[in-house]
Each structure stands twice: as structure tokens, then as C-alpha cells.
Design a protein around this ligand. Sequence first.
Ligand code: DGJ
Length: 730
Amino acid sequence: MKHIFRWILCLLVLLPSLGFSATDQLIQIKTQNTVMVIQSSPNKDLRFLYWGDQLNAGDSFTQGLNAQGEISAYPAYGGRVNINPALKLTHIDGLLTTELGFQSVEHKSLDNNVSETIIKMKDLLYDFVVNIHYTAYFDQDVITQYVTLENNEKGQVAVEQVASSFLPIYANQYYLTHFHGSWAHEFMMEEEQLTHGIKKIESLKGVRTTQTDNPSFLLALNHNAQENEGEVYGGALAWSGNYTLSFQEDESGRMNIVSGINPFASTIKLEKGETFATPKMILSYSDCGKGQISRNFHNWAREYGMTHGSELNPTVLNSWEGVYFSFDEKSIKGLIDDAASMGVEMFVLDDGWFGNKYPRNNDKAGLGDWQVNHKKLPKGIGDLADYAVNKGVKFGIWIEPEMVNPKSELAENHPDWIVQSGKREKYQQRNQWLLDLSNPKVQDYVYSVFDEVMKMSSNISYIKWDANRHVDNVGSTYLPADKQTHFWYDYTQGLYSVYQRIRENYPDVIIQDCSSGGGRVDFGAMKYHDEFWASDNTNALDRIFIQYGTNTFFPAMATASHVSTAPNHQTGMVLPLKFRFDVASTGRLGMELQPKDIPAQELPFAKAALKTYKEILRPIVMKGDLYRLISPYDNDGSWYSILYVSKDKKESAYFTYNLKTQGRETHLCSKLRGLDPNKTYRIEELNKAKRGYFAGDGKTFTGDYLMKVGIPINFYFPYESCVLHLVAVN
Ligand code: DGJ
């Protein structure tokens, strides 16, 4: 006893000299395989110590050896901070600096899997509070971070920068992967080694932000990101507005990652007593490569990041590429008949069904006037929805409620609702303007569009929500002159408040998140949606790359993936129907064509492929774990190969594609992953068209063999593909 007492006394005397005093605390945020460690000291800034694999003894940090160096867990501009800060304020008296001191920490267990840690910080001189919220999702190995501000100063404080998260990382080399694109070419992967200085991924578009760069990243340490090994951090910002992810390798060689809303022209003027919340940053770490990061994000998304993540979304026939704006009641009923006869579960009526004074017969008029076009559809939407349901097909419909054509009754009646910069020109994109969702009246209107469309028929069970332009010449007639900079944040929050209201009143409806294709594929929007439209490019070869990108973070179940006609409307490419089905079957399968254009001799294949998807592939693809076996970016873009394995490892679906002309002798051999080595699997080739590609069709193999030796596939021509179903027999 005496010894213990002496030992404790000795420790208390020694610790301050080692950088850890008796009043210091180690705050540990744990998930199944990782731990984040932060040190707090009363009235001092936080110190970020570690985020990585679980440690046997987290308290070794009290020995004062800190691999990260002296770095704050949330650096505010002021004190000794000379890196890109997480927070920049101008206080009531014009003081430019902030120094935060630790006040308290609160741990809350929200359920068996989720716990929240809230660290309260306060400026050392001013009554301004910063709460840093960390939520740990134990099973998924995901930590989310966001920040709330409380202005208790005597007047207005200008918030010039407020990040959702700050993450410092130490390694010898850093490799950044992110996804860049343009219309019909979204989510192209780019990887680069970062050097000193700042690299930023950002958007200033306000709306349709993810068409160009997605607010997500992978950061691999010491060599470029590997699929199954190596340390990788992954992050995705849950925000549909302007954002910045900044990566600064500082003079000490540390990588400081600041993620959050974009501060550009976005100062938030926080009045006395007001609070502010940033969006959430979703983060994950793995030392088993980027494949595990993707699986962590998919598991998290299905459980916490989307609507109805445990349900199986229906197959769809969407009218857009089949008929565009040219349809009437008869042709739509014809599409519904074809959907029914092919076994498609949902028909979606896309753009062109509304507007009377200004009929929506092309993209030049009618947007905003959400009354059914009596000439095209004299019996209304209810009649079509009933017709579909009577045929055993569910019914869905397209809207674009944030936008307006100048040629519309809405634009005539509410010119002040349009985003505009004083008397400057209101530029059009796709012949349309944007409505100002920072205005609560516009929020009510946008909600009412959804509500009134839903009320057209109790048989509407799916809405496709589109948004086909971004912000330029920014400005709001609603916001006061001194708060025009609030537009960017308020627009997105206005959108979310509409989504929230919709979900409260329509919890069951399936909603597709579309924005000129993949313009709004982010976890801020996903929370309220069941699926997203990844791109207007439906060409299966391009879709391989686009879906490779989206599925790095977003699960296959949310990826609407449609078979379209040949030649493809965006690229002119003619690809085999089997290849098109085999690509679309790796997400939520649908069709985007005039079924009458499918050649009669190929119709049986199409029907059988739909049946196979519904009966065999869908549950494995939507709920299983994704293993990327061969990247389309490797081997000069020759192959692509992926595997989904059911959670119980009893079933698996293998997809592989030949993307190029190869030498005739070439065959592809991929070693499978994620199977149970002790199980024996019977393999059956699915979606066979002219010939099969797998010599072991119908035979059994152990998981051990399949993962160590692999399976050979013999392709003959480019754009051939092979789908295998593995079922455990023991
Ligand atoms: C853009 C979407 O991405 C398309 O799928 C289609 O809905 C059109 N808009 C309709 O205008």
C-alpha cells in the first residue's frame, strides 16, 4: 500500500515534466478496430494524439511521447496556430484571434453501437463556445465529427471559417485519391502524391456540387492506396452545398486535413445568443487498404446514412431515354404494359408531364408549373398510376422543384423568388433559373410541390427529384444586405428542412436523388433518399468507371443503374445487351429505354436477366460486402472484376468484364476474397447469352481454393462479361 502511494506521488510529480499533468485527461473515442486519442487540460487547447488501430495500452500516452507533435485537435486562428485553421472568428470588438481552452467533456452512449463524445471549448478571453461532437459507430469503424458554436458575446461575431473536422496525420508520404468529373463523366478517380503546400478539393457551385468534385477523399500513407493492405483514411462530408477539403503538409511533414463548408464569400454573422452547427464529416480508418474503407462506409450508409437502407429497392423502367418529352397517355400506357410483361417492378414517368399555359414539351418552358398537361395526359396522373398498379407495377414520377423556366407561370408570379444579384443579368443554365431556398416562403413552396404531386394519387410510391443547374450571379432578395453571405449555408439548410418535412410526412415513399445525373451524390442528401442517379451517361462501359467511383463510398443498393438502348444516346457505342445487363446488375437494376427497341430475339434474355437479378443477385448485391478484385484503372483498363459476398458468407455474386480487345490466348484469373475458406461453394454461371465463360460451371470448390488459386475466365471478344453465383453447400 505504502509502495503504491509512493508510486502515485512520484507519477504526479513526474507527469508535468513529461507533458501530462494530474488534471489532464486522455479522451478516447473507440470503434471496433480503431481508437482516437485526444488529450485535454483545463483551460488549454486540446492536443490530438492519435487515430489508428486499437492500442493495448492507451495510457502510454501519459509518458509524454507524442508522435503527432504539438497539434491541436481543432486549431482556431490565434495563439501559435500558423496552419490553415479549423476556425477563424472576428470577435465583437474586431479582434481577429481566438484561443480555445478546454472546459469539459461529456460521453453519451446512444445505443449498443453508437456513442457520442462532446468536448466543450471556450475562448480564453471571450464568451464564445465551441463544442466538438464526435460520434463513434462501433461496428462500422466510422467516426463522424461536427462542431456547434454558441455566441455568448455581447454582440455579433463574424464566423469566417468553421470546419466540421480537423485531422492531423503523420507519415513519410501521402497519397490522395479523390473523384472528379463533369456532366456524363462523373466520379473519375484521380490519385496523386501530395507535396508541401495546400491541395484543396472544393466546390463553389452551391447546387450540383458533386458533378465536378465529390466531397470525399482517401488518404493512403507511404504508398499509393492499395485495395487490401496499407493504412488508409477515408472521409466524406455530408453536405450538398459549397465545401472545401484542404490538405496541408506543413513544415514538420504533418498532413493537416481541414474539412467543412467552403468559407468563400460565406461569412456567418452570428448575433448574440445565436448558435450554429456545421455539417458532419464522416471518417474511417483502416490498415487493410481502401477496400475495407469502402465496406465501412457501405455498412455505415445502409444503417445510418440513407433512407430504407435495409430494404431492397425495386427494379425500374424510367421513361426518359425511351420517350424523352414526346409522349401521350397511349405511349406511357404502352411502356407500363411492357414493364409489366418484362417483370419490372416500378415505372417512373420522367420529365415532360406538366405545364399548360407553357407546356413542358422541351426544356425551354413549363418548369415550375406542376399541373398535369391536359393535352398529353387528359385523364391525369391518377389514371396512369392506377393503370400501372392494376398491372402489378408500382408508379413513380419526376419533379424538379428547386428550379424554374423563365417561360412559366411561376416565374411570372414570383420573380422575387429567383436567385439574383441585384439588377445584374440572371444567367440561365438549361434554360432555367434557380429558386432561392434561403427564403422560408420558397421552402414552403418546394415542399408543396412534393406534397401536391403526391396527392395526385395514393398510388405514387417513388419520386425522382432532379436539379439541373448550379448557382451563378449569387444573391437573395430575402436575405438582408449584411447577410447575403449566409446564402450558401442557408440554401442548403433550406433544402434539408424541406427534405426533413417530406420524410416526416412521407416516410415510405422511395426518393431518387438526381441532379443532372450525379450532381448531388453526397451523404448530406443521401440521408433523405433511397438511391441516387450516378450519371446521365448510361453507356455501360462508362458506367463501370462511374460506379467504381460512386461505390467507393456509396453502397450498391443506392446506385440506380439502368440498361439503355444501343447505340447509346450519350456515346453512340453499341455494346451487347448482356454486357449492359451485367453492368447494371451491380447496382439497383433498371431500364432506361423504349422496350420496343429491344430486338425480339433478345427479349427472352432481358426478361431472364431481370428475373435472375430479382431472385438471386439483388439481395447479395444490395446487402453484401463489396470486394474489388480488378480495378478498371489497372492493367491499362483491360478488365474489371468485383465480388459481393453475403454477410453470412453463404452466397456470393462475381462479376467480371472484358473492357478491351485482348490477345486470344489471354485469360483472366482472379483470386476471390471475403469467402469462408472452410465452406465449399457450388458455382453457377448466370446471364449466359451465346456461350459461357467459366469452365467450372456447376462444379464445387472450397472457399480456400477460390481465394488462393482463383478462377479462370476465358473471354473471346471485348465487351464480354461473366456473372457467377456461388452458393455454400456445407
Ligand atoms: C436530368 C436527369 O439526370 C435525367 O435523368 C432526366 O431526368 C432529365 N434531367 C429530365 O429533364
